[in-house]
Write a protein that binds this ligand. Sequence first.
Ligand SMILES: *Cc1c(COP(=O)(O)O)cnc(C)c1O
Length: 369
Amino acid sequence: MQAKPQLYGLPAYKPGKPISEVKEELGLKKVIKLASNENPYGSSEHAKQAIIDAVMNSAIYPDGYSGELRKKVASHLSVNEDQLIFGNGTDEVIQFLCRAFLTPNDNTITADPTFSQYKLNAAIEGAEIREVPLTKAGEHNLNEMLNQIDEHTKIVWVCNPNNPSGNYIGKEEFEHFLSQVPEHVIVASDEAYIEYTVADDYPDTIPLLNQYKNLVILRTFSKAYGLASLRIGYGVAHPEIIQVMEPLRPAFNTTAYAHAAAIAALEDQEFVEQSSKRNREELEKFEAFCQKHHLFFYPSQTNFILIDLEMPGDDIFAFLLSKGYITRSGQALGFPTCIRISIGSEEENAGVLQALEDLLQERKQGSES
Ligand SMILES: *Cc1c(COP(=O)(O)O)cnc(C)c1O
């Protein structure tokens, strides 16, 4: 037997170790996961109640068209209902885009390092992947990404803010970029962390949809809305783009729980605003820590921070794990001497910062002896 040639050698997704396993292995009572940029404050109480209410109807298939949620999101964003497609997480919308537009004759352009799902899904379609290194500051090199476009380019991915560096692309720069991209190329703007951004010039891309038929905006309920386990995200684009993707969307790809919770979550903007505000206050503690210890960090508009400790990321990861904190080693993310830490609650952050302090102390003593 022979599967599609492009599938051989592709990595399977490596999930982080479950908390229960880490506890047992290391004999720790308390283990805290700061690895997947989840909301440490959970989700809106209204969303929780909506899930409980929806449980009564578990025997019934969900609305495959996500009709009620569609209405809600359309009105929240001031777009038409036919400009939306819902996915089992934004991950699935990324999959739809690749499946709909990429063939082995096409190429797609991404930053490097960036969110891994663009490359993985493009590889599955057999497309050529052109990766453009981030600048030293961790920013997208949009000029070089433009240079890489040719007649076979189908999708350019812009992760804004970028995971794992946390940097953002400003309004002026993004609009200039968009104006330079040929009409036959889709620009996918992944805005998974938009609710956490505080920069005044972070772009408002929704109004640009009127002008650019090739713009696709990706958003999720997994991050600031705190609904990661329910798997619900969406794409916003010109109806023509939505229409070509709809036939490849599985009929019941999103659940009734996700619909109910997302609707309630959208209605509770107070929760999102509070989460974002507290996130910023806590993120600033990490920045202050880095400044105090003269550590380089990437300026973040998200709920995570990438810190350079000038030692192997796997070693930083192992040390923090021994103290009960699951983080992400930069080595798997393309930043070999960095650690990516999701911003947790006040108590969690104090703990992981103390652990980092211990690590620096240990390193100092090691170099002195
Ligand atoms: C977390 C994340 C997503 C969204 O993932 P879901 O599938 O919606 O949970 C998309 N893009 C980026 C850059 C992310 O970090």
